[in-house]
Design a protein around this ligand. Sequence first.
Ligand code: FAD
Ligand code: FES
Ligand code: FES
Length: 1338
Amino acid sequence: MDRATELLFYVNGCKVTENNVDPETMLLPYLRKKLRLTGTKYGCGGGGCGACTVMISRYDPITKKIRHYPANACLTPVCSLYGVAVTTIEGIGSTKTRIHAVQERMAKCHGTQCGFCTPGMVMSIYTLLRNHPEPTLDQLTDALGGNLCRCTGYRPIIDVCKTFCKTSGCCQSKENGVCCLNQGINESPEFEEGDEISLKLVSEEEFLPLDPTQELIFPPELMIMAEKQPQKTRVFVGDRMMWISPVTLKELLEAKVKYPQAPILMGNTSVGPDVKFKGVFHPVIISPDRIEELSVVNYACNGLTLGAGLSLAQVKDALADASLKLPEEKTQTYHALLKHLRTLAGSQIRNMASLGGHIVSRHLDSDLNPLLAVGNCTLNLLSKEGERQIPLNEQFLRKCPSADLKPEEILISVTIPYSRKWEFVSAFRQAQRQQNALAVVNSGMRVFFGEGDGIIRELSISYGGVGPTTICAKNSCQKLVGRPWNEEMLDAACRLVLHEVSLPGSAPGGKVEFKRTLIISFLFKFYLEVSQILKRMDPVHYPSLADKYESAVEDLPSRRHWSTFKYQNGETKKLSQDPIGRPIMHLSGIKHATGEAIYCDDMPAVHGELFLAFVTSTRAHAKIVSIELSEALSLPGVVDIMTEEHLHGVNSYCFITQTEKILDSAEVFCVGQIVCAVIADSEIHAKRAAKRVKIVYQDLEPVILTIEEAIQHNSFYEQERKLECGNVDEAFKVVDQILEGETHMGGQEHFYMETQSMLAVPRAEDQEMDIYVSAQGPTFIQDIVASVLKLPANKVMCHVKRVGGSFGGKTLKTGIMAAITAFAANKHGRAVRCILERGEDMLITGGRHPYLGKYKVGFMNDGRILALDMQYYSNGGSTLDESVLVLETGLLKMENAYQFPNLRCRARVCRTNLPSNTALRGFGFPQTGLITESCITKVAAMCGLSPEKVRMINMYKEIAQTPCKQEFSAKNLIQCWKECMAMSSYSLRKAAVEKFNSENYWKKKGLAMVPLKYPIGLDSRAAAQAAALVHIYLDGSVLVTHGGIEMGQGVHTKMIQVASRELKMPLSSVHLRGTSTETVPNTNFSGASLVADLNGLAIKDACQTLLKRLEPIISKNPQGTWKEWAHAAFDESISLSATGYFRGYESNMNWETGEGHPFEYFVFGAACSEVEIDCLTGAHKNIRTDIVMDIGYSINPALDRGQIEGAFIQGMGLYTIEELNYSPQGVLYTRGPDQYKIPAICDVPAELHISLLPPTQNSNTLYSSKGLGEPGVFLGCSVFFAIHDAVNAARQERGLFGPLKLNSPLTPEKIRMACEDKFTKMIPRDKPGSYVPWNVRI
Ligand SMILES: Cc1cc2nc3c(=O)[nH]c(=O)nc-3n(C[C@H](O)[C@H](O)[C@H](O)COP(=O)(O)OP(=O)(O)OC[C@H]3O[C@@H](n4cnc5c(N)ncnc54)[C@H](O)[C@@H]3O)c2cc1C
Ligand code: FES
Ligand code: FES
């Protein structure tokens, strides 16, 4: 072979050549570290989040076309880039040159909050526009299916998309010829565009046009290379791996003979994650490039032949094309494949992954293999020996040697036969999330009736997700051949298949009963689908489906995206330059969108920098017998390994009331506990060595994982907290009914997009240490670092520029990790960086506390609740962290919007062997609030009333007192409720839902409305103090600093608005650099929705001090400029710098008496959601949500809307799809976006309407505004209760009237299993205790 060893590609129009590239290098670290293009972000490393999206452009010398496609840089080996052009976020526009229309609109439509996901989002939209300059909204939202955002709730990003569509502003699904904008519930429009009282948040007129002529051209050199240069096999040799890229089929086959065990690397979406997450290693990789034969699309006489090297996106295009060209009866299999290709992964993976890679990987949850198997596909193989064909059948899927590829063979193409008349193929899948989520179960089914007599001639059924690979129900199918297509056949088929495709109770992945149910539910759907077609084809011989059954075969409502926002800030004659109350774009919006915003890991390497990787416990409770470090220490690049011994004397820190060890190398109390830390000269070396640290454990008893186990072992932290009012016991004596029950609520992962990141830089002088960190409490970091370094705090400075999402997750644990990092830096006198991988982050840092609420409620038949006795248990994990504070806050807010005259609440934190749980947006209230609402829902059922009626009956009225005797006015609560009722047309829609439910058996709708009273305040005045520093420079510009952290909520933007108003100067004259303990000392944690409130008051104070000082100067020259005033002040020796301070709100709570005034004010709201569920699969779609909120005077309606929506979607995730799974040994399974599903763009309600009450109250808050970072999370439970309503409807129709117990999250599994029917009855059930389940409910 003639070989080349130079790698040549282009990045953003610049040529890159590499002669010594390491084949193990992925594009993401190459861009970030080598080329210093840090706009492309790391979010997960496994293709699941889209933060690393770049555009790849390839020129095809045969078609003369350039293919642009989105790719995940984290899974793209650099060696695969020969001859391609890579475009990153920096390549499409920048503030230094010219920003791109997508970047500009992303910022101006308020599509960024923390901004960490933004470059990936922009690149996905940009790439689509390169291919389709006028896309449809569906194309755009499809393009974003692989991009996750944890902050915005996606609505503003959809708005960005709409600006690029031909027809923007409308749903584009003109049902019955009527546009959504004109469709009201009662035929009249419910909302009018451009509502007069709502200022527009976006000025579309200002947008830059999309100008395709301005885009980077494809490098001509690459075109010439592709056309002219003789093709040579390229070989790259690294330290451990060799990469071979053959460019002809002959060379490929030769390489395969030489290295039969080497994988054929195509998209690397299967091999890559195995290497990264499972530690698989391949010394040789064969990666064919531009081999024509692998990309064929051939229409043969028996079927369509598709090259194995085609990407799944190209396969989709080819199948869509075939479906258009060929008669429908020939394209049954193609339609079924297309259905799955729409939801399989995200656009990036579909563009990278190849058909051959997909087939040969034989993943257990492959979406395509079940269909290809039932479609009788043929695999065309090639080796030096010649060609041969094998069927893609059960034996192949099971990797039987006789039916598999031989080591030296490659898959060249796949022939997918045309379907025949009277042949039908269907595809089914159900996943935790509707899009970009591996299926729990999927299936391909095919039947052939021969002459159309309704007698089964051939039947094939295959399932994914139910075994180690795709499973074919071959025997069952054989037994059914010859039977007519009727209900008896269906019944027999279900029984046979259940028997053949059997799943043990302890099957990996859990959800065993759900899977069994899906197996036959899909079969039933297939039966109905085929029956419907048969009826259409031959109405005389085949019976019609019952009308009520038709919904079983329909998909959930198609996507439409419509949103409205109404607000009124009152002051109509505001000064034009006053920025308060205006929808000012996020201060960093443009920088987020151009990738110029710097996050911790984007900081350039400091000379001599080291990297730190943690070694964590693999046991839930054990004594460490020994730690063997020598092997790890001997590896290249390893500098040190720090254990508890190194921290002798400084190894503990007191957080709130409990002292925690920083490193524990003696005993471990959970899987994921930090045992020691490896320091090496690079990230790769540190991580490699961390895997080689050998720890010998001796397991200890007990291992307590669940709340129930903690109760059993009496394993709790601190004393019980209690809140009581009235006389519960007496009240129980007079009530009409008493009900007892319990609700369990699962935890939640923060899933901030930027993982925990820190960089400690020791200074050569005076033992100073600078810590750059992504954290919510710089002062805490400063304290803990100073403590381990035995330095005074004035030597340690903590700097936080911005945080890529936090939600409560970057507090205590961040401090502990920063302390270890700083210790290492100090010890070695070199900078040390520590960036957690997503899986480590999820494993180590804990999340929201799971809760169990047990209640006894006494009520009258008219729905009045007179007595409530509640006991809460939260799962705190292995250390106390903030658990007691979370518990207390949840307790103080538990009654939500209701006046319970006699109430007794007790709460305890369970000490368990799980990673410690901590603060997460809402701080205990999303849990206690849900339990209260569940209890109300049950009371309503007992009284035969709607839950909304019982909510209204028990709601606070006018001036009221909370259980801790704090007085407040509930007027705005009632107003929110009433407005939400009216805005959502609740009554009309309730009737419409009931009508729908009476007409549809297998699909049900549900409607639910919940109120919100969210008290705002901190537990002490000291915790709410804030400070600021404002400098005016002689040129009249202003620098503002304050103690709050910018973590996406836009606090810096609001703070600039405050300074601008106070000093009456344009926003552009005010600058804010970031937060640092150097400029503002002794700050509190940023959180509790109060960051803008408190720091804004401090800035206001500083500005007023300055104005007071400058008043004589300004009054002498009232028409002067700030520059003139600053100079005059300087000349008169008047200080132009001032600190500002806010003492904090008065707050007290006496837990002995249960009385106090813990809150400053209350945010009120209400949300009404409507969902549709599929009773057969457990899928749900949020059709519409209406939210009304009282947030006082909005300082920035665009940012505030973003907080409401983002919190709502995060809450919706919490209550519906976000499910953490732990093994019975306490190991967290869900350690990345592949296993843990946060809402994606497909989860945005089809309609989302938000309205703010006009501000009515003047309070002593910042300009009468209210904090609202957290309250909206709870409103997500309106979706939970809407699903509850729908499930209830299904159950009642099936004659099930007993109490319905639904826990959170209400996943597809729980929905399906609650919709009991003949299929759930048919499945085998395992006796509890007869098997070890895969997971435990914690
Ligand atoms: C984030 C993410 C989400 C995903 N979601 C889904 C999903 O929703 N549904 C789903 O079904 N799948 C999903 N997948 C799996 C995905 O479909 C497969 O990883 C992909 O199809 C594999 O193709 P590839 O080209 O990347 O394979 P590679 O990783 O390049 O190769 C995989 C294997 O195939 C072999 N191979 C490849 N081509 C040939 C050939 N021509 N001849 C012989 N052997 C060959 C290789 O030797 C290797 O062993 C997801 C994957 C990721 C990373
Ligand atoms: S970092 Fe690449 S997809 Fe998440
Ligand atoms: S803005 Fe999308 S993750 Fe923060």
